[in-house]
Design a protein around this ligand. Sequence first.
Ligand SMILES: [Zn+2]
Length: 325
Amino acid sequence: MNFGRYLEKRQPILFQTFSNALNNSRLAHSYLIQGENGTPLKETALYLAKSILCDHPNPLACEECVTCERVFSEEYPDLIVFDGEEESIKKDDVESVVSLFQKTPLESKGIMIYVIHACENMTPEASNALLKFLEEPTPYAYAILTTRNKEALLPTIVSRCEALTLFLLPREESYNEALSLGVSQEDAELLSYVINDGPSIVKKAKDSQYVNAKTAFLDTLDGLSSNPSQTRFTMEKKVAKSLGDKPTVRYYFDFLALAYKDIVSRKSGGKPYLPSYANILDAVAEEVPHPESSLLSIMTLRKEAESPINLGLLLTHLSRVLTKE
Ligand SMILES: [Zn+2]
């Protein structure tokens, strides 16, 4: 299923709203897409950008033409994308958009678009600069912002934008869809908790951020079950090597939290979260007297990992937490 089909079938309100706007040439100059954790916010923002620029829209992006391809690979010169999940967005970033958008578009379409994903991760100075820019829209410029936390945005930014919402699907649906699209059970189990749609799970399963997070996750479980007294060493020598950027660290903590939820749940006769990992989780459970308190600590460290972090220090804390060193 391509992404347009996903939106049409699973997010019909957003699909209809945006299709109508394009059909009737009534696009707003700024959109704010909001959605819970796991919803494909960035993919949707890029898809809407594609739909505005596509050579053969029907009414949304065809996903086959040269322009759609170039937008997808972020090689379209009149499109700028900032990702607040990779690093926080600063005033300089917004100012670079403003100065670029004062120039004429490079492409013959004469349209410029900027996407700011996870715009809650903007510094206050960047928010103010963005607000000023939104207040004086350029006729050929469009803004597509996304957020998982609307409350953290300046209300004046929210009110300047037309709102679009992505709704969460039941987890089972994205899990089954991922399986039907060829994702392995192991990967579908982990990813369907952090990503809420089949096509994005397929893409993520091959992505190095996920592959590295999973390696770190399995190395951690392996170390905890086979050699718990050496956990700190495992963290330093193995786990740290797989964890580079923030999204990878985030996935790693999410998977670890899932593993401990699984242990807690099964201990009290509940359903497993990660049935494919039952063997290794059984082995870890034998070494963990109080999985509930480990789980709480993992969640706390997961939050800390959102601010600028010293990875080495974070992993030292984690190994203490997991082994009660
Ligand atoms: Zn196209």
